[in-house]
Ligand binder design. Structure first.
Ligand SMILES: Cc1cc2nc3c(=O)[nH]c(=O)nc-3n(C[C@H](O)[C@H](O)[C@H](O)COP(=O)(O)O)c2cc1C
Length: 236
C-alpha cells in the first residue's frame, strides 16, 4: 500500500496520549502539510494556534471541557476559520506572482478576479450588502447557472470551514505519517477559547481543536466501524 494510503487507514481518534516532546522540525512539517491542502480560490482562510506551553495547554484543555485527549496531548492545535484574511492573502499572492515573474497579463487577470471575489464576499456594514447581493444573484440565476455567494456571516463561516477542515485533515494525516497520533475535537467552549486566544469576534471562529501526541499503550482502540460504501456513495 502507498505510504499516503497507509497513513489514512491507520489514523484513529486517539483518546489518551503519553507525554512526548514534538520537535520544532516535526511541528513545521505537520503545519506545512496542513497549509498545502486545497482551499477555495486558494484563499487559505484559516489560522492555526499550536499550543505547546504547559500552562497554556492546561488552560486550553480545560476549555476543551477537560476531555482526556486534550488533557494528555503533547500539543493542542486550535484551527480557526479566518473570514477577514481575503484581502491580505490576495495581496500576498499578487506580490508572489510579481516576484516569480508571472506575465503582466496573468497578474492583471488575478488582480481582477481577486477584486471581484472581495466584492462578492464582502458582507458590508451590518450585512447591508447581503440583501443587494441576494436580489442581484436571484435575478442572474433566472438567466444563467451562477450559484449564490456567501451572504451572511454564517455563510462566510461555512465557506471558510470547508477549507479549514481540509487543512485539518492534512494535518492529521501528516502527523500520522510522521509517527504521531491525533484526536479532532469539537467539544470546546468556543466563546471562552476565542477570548483566551484573543480572536476577533467578527472575523474568527474556531472550527476544531486537534489534540496531538503519541498514543498511550495503556489504551486499546476499538475496531473502526464505517458505513458500507453503498450507504455513503451513489455512482451515477
Ligand atoms: C468534527 C469532529 C469532531 C469531533 N469531536 C470529538 C470530541 O470532541 N471528542 C472526542 O473524543 N472525539 C471527537 N471526534 C472524534 C470522533 O469521535 C472519531 O473521529 C470517530 O468516532 C471515528 O473514529 P476514528 O476517527 O478513530 O475512525 C471528533 C471528530 C470530528 C471529525
Amino acid at each position: 500500500m502507498s505510504p499516503s494510503l497507509e497513513a489514512i487507514f491507520q489514523r484513529r481518534a486517539v483518546k489518551v496520549f503519553e507525554p512526548v516532546e514534538i520537535s520544532e522540525d516535526l511541528r513545521e512539517q505537520i503545519l506545512n502539510a496542513a497549509r498545502h491542502a486545497p482551499s477555495s480560490f486558494n484563499s487559505q482562510p484559516y489560522k492555526f494556534y499550536w499550543v505547546r506551553s504547559a500552562t497554556k495547554k492546561v488552560a486550553v484543555a480545560k476549555l476543551c471541557l477537560g476531555q482526556k485527549p486534550a488533557e494528555t496531548a503533547s500539543a493542542l492545535v486550535v484551527a480557526v476559520a479566518d473570514m477577514g484574511s481575503l484581502s491580505a492573502t490576495a495581496q500576498g499572492q499578487l506580490e508572489w506572482m510579481r516576484r516569480s515573474n508571472f506575465t503582466e497579463e496573468k497578474i492583471r487577470d488575478y488582480a481582477r478576479k481577486a477584486k471581484i471575489g472581495r466584492i462578492l464576499f464582502m458582507p458590508g456594514p451590518f450585512g447591508m450588502f447581503a440583501a443587494i447581493k441576494r436580489a442581484l444573484f436571484r435575478l442572474l440565476n433566472l438567466r444563467m447557472v451562477i450559484g449564490m455567494p456567501p451572504l451572511s456571516r454564517q455563510d462566510l463561516f461555512k465557506w471558510a470551514t470547508k477549507s479549514t477542515s481540509l487543512a485539518c485533515e492534512n494535518l492529521m494525516i501528516a502527523a500520522e505519517a510522521l509517527g504521531l497520533n491525533t484526536c479532532p475535537m469539537e467539544g470546546f467552549d468556543g466563546h471562552r477559547l476565542s477570548k483566551f486566544l484573543g480572536l476577533s469576534a467578527r472575523y474568527h471562529e474556531i472550527v476544531m481543536v486537534i489534540a496531538i501526541g503519541k498514543k498511550s499503550d495503556a489504551v486499546v482502540i476499538e475496531p473502526q466501524w464505517r458505513r458500507p460504501l453503498d450507504a455513503a456513495v451513489t455512482v451515477l
